[in-house]
Write a protein that binds this ligand. Structure first.
Ligand code: SAM
Length: 307
């Protein structure tokens, strides 16, 4: 984050935009994650055009970012700018036990629960039809506990979870990341992941729609890239891994979790050898490929470093 302060006029513009009750409430809401105009209107009990006007004023001073996912427009707080620093400074000094902010927070929980309910029934159907290709949060937790330094709360730095689905991997890893991005091609998955991950208070996570074969990020943008039960469902795992290596900084890590039986279906060779070969062909140094068992399920964890 840059240390330069805001220009005087710009600081006044930002503070003016903030100095209005609805706009402060919107910023407080967005500090809990990404939301659509409709969701914010529902939480605050105000009309969408009114909320949109306030959001435009906040966007004009660069306090917010706006992005589209198919037909939905989302907003999030900007990060890593002087304006973002000023906004978070102001928000941090406001009493969160204020009755209006508390009520907004309770409404937000209800709106998120509703979002989870509306999307997760369909997601559960997809998941049931291919159980072995989905994550097991307890197992991933065990892997990660075994892997990473507990003493360092941000040991993963900037994390990208590719094919995030319902956000299981992020729910385990994001607390160890400074900043985390969940990427998926499915807007339905992203909607569910947002509600679950932000609902769990992991507000350092943002979500982005994108294709793992053509990642929408500059080279060397992340310190870790994870694939949780994604590569075995891909017909081009090598290409997805090469893209991941491109966006990884030097010294950054690739983390793969896979179902062992699923990998065994993909090739005649031993699943551990297959995972190692994927990593080496992508040009990273394979640190370990480890097997773990969870009930009936045998899983593999691969970790590699970009030299
Ligand atoms: C088997 S699911 C695993 C989801 C999640 N990681 C988990 O373990 O629960 C695979 C995920 O990859 C996503 N996906 C498939 N093709 C993709 C692509 N080309 N780019 C990004 N995500 C993709 C799917 O939408 C789905 O959410």
């Amino acid at each position: 984050m840059t240390a330069h302060p805001l220009q005087f006029d710009s600081a006044i513009d930002v503070l003016r935009a903030l100095a209005e009750p609805t706009r402060c409430r919107l910023l407080a809401l967005l500090s809990h994650g990404e939301l659509t105009v409709g969701e914010m209107a529902e939480v605050l009990g105000q009309s969408q055009p009114r909320i949109s006007r306030h959001l435009k004023l906040l966007s004009d001073v660069a306090a917010l970012e706006r992005f589209r996912e198919e037909q939905r427009i989302y907003y999030r707080l900007t990060s890593d700018t002087q304006t973002a620093q000023l906004v978070s400074l102001v928000l941090a000094r406001i009493d969160v036990t204020d009755a209006i902010l508390q009520r907004d927070q309770q409404q937000l929980v209800q709106v998120r629960d509703q979002r989870v309910r509306s999307v997760s029934a369909q997601w559960a159907l997809v998941r049931r039809s291919a159980e072995s290709t989905y994550s097991d949060v307890r197992l991933v937790n065990a892997f990660i506990r075994a892997l990473f330094d507990k003493a360092s709360s941000h040991s993963l730095g900037d994390l990208l979870d590719v094919g995030t689905g319902s956000g299981s991997m992020l729910s385990v890893l994001a607390a160890r990341a400074r900043h985390a991005v969940g990427l998926d091609i499915s807007t339905q998955a992203l909607r569910l992941a947002r509600a679950r991950v932000h609902g769990a208070g992991l507000n350092q996570c943002v979500f982005k729609r994108g294709d793992m074969y053509d990642l929408p990020f500059n080279s060397s943008s992340f310190d870790a890239v994870s694939f949780d039960h994604v590569l075995s469902t891909s017909d081009k795992p090598g290409q997805a891994l090469k893209e991941a290596v491109r966006v990884l900084r030097q010294g950054g890590r690739i983390i793969i979790v896979e179902d062992k039986a699923k990998l065994a279906e993909m090739a005649a060779e031993n699943p551990q050898v297959l995972m190692r070969r994927w990593l080496e062909r992508a040009g990273v140094q394979c640190d370990q490929v480890k097997a773990l068992r969870s009930g009936q399920k045998a899983k593999l964890l691969g970790v590699a470093t970009r030299q």
